[in-house]
Design a protein around this ligand. Structure first.
Ligand SMILES: Cc1cc2nc3c(=O)[nH]c(=O)nc-3n(C[C@H](O)[C@H](O)[C@H](O)COP(=O)(O)O)c2cc1C
Length: 190
């Protein structure tokens, strides 16, 4: 059992995966462990969609890229990724074997915070298992789309919070601290 301190310092977002598939049991176990977080009013407002079908993952990547290109003028934060969206070979999910999408119940005021804590936990749990994980903001359009939500069986009152990819990392991950340095920040003891 590794210390949280070690895991959080070692974790980096993974963007390179093997083809090895994660069994449903492992994905279920990760999700079951991830929900042991605090939540506003203890509402626990999360629900999950898991996608493991390779063809579906590719189709959602293509649909997300197309959707971003159509909406780039009104999505200035995504304009820096235009080259990726125009590249027919680019997969925004980096060929990961699984996507875990966290949706939150919008009737619960704190749902974005609660579900984001679950997402953070999933990153650490994946690291503990030597799996790779990455939050894919580039999938926020497609998995928030009402038609896609319906397709995935997500009720209207649940909103997208976190699409995460998860799988076996290609290449050995360093077991030392993350090479991704933290920027300086202020701590005010007031
Ligand atoms: C809300 C959010 C959205 C992100 N979206 C993407 C994304 O679309 N594609 C990607 O490759 N990484 C994405 N990331 C991962 C960040 O790029 C990564 O966390 C950051 O560069 C810091 O690196 P590290 O996670 O390795 O410490 C996202 C992370 C967060 C928290």
């Amino acid at each position: 059992m590794e210390m949280i301190r070690t895991l959080s310092r070692r974790r980096t977002s993974c963007r390179n995966f093997t083809d090895e598939v994660l069994p449903k049991e492992k994905l279920t176990e990760l999700i079951n462990n991830s929900v042991w977080v605090p939540s506003g009013s203890n509402n626990q407002p999360w629900r999950f969609v898991v996608i493991t079908d390779k063809a579906k993952i590719k189709a959602y990547s293509d649909a997300a890229k197309k959707m971003w290109l159509e909406n780039l003028p009104t999505s200035p934060h995504m304009q820096q990724y235009e080259k990726t969206f125009r590249d027919p070979t680019a997969n925004i999910f980096y060929n990961a074997s699984s996507i875990i999408i966290i949706y939150g119940n919008t009737e619960s005021y704190w749902y974005i915070y609660d579900c984001s804590m679950v997402a953070g936990n999933l990153h650490l749990l994946a690291e503990e298992e030597e799996l790779g994980c990455c939050w894919i903001g580039e999938a926020h359009n497609i998995f928030a789309d009402p038609i896609v939500k319906k397709e995935l069986g997500v009720p209207e009152n649940y909103a997208l919070v976190a699409p995460l990819i998860i799988g076996h990392p290609a290449g050995k991950k360093s077991v030392t601290e993350s090479s991704n340095k933290r920027k300086p920040f202020k701590i005010i003891f007031a």
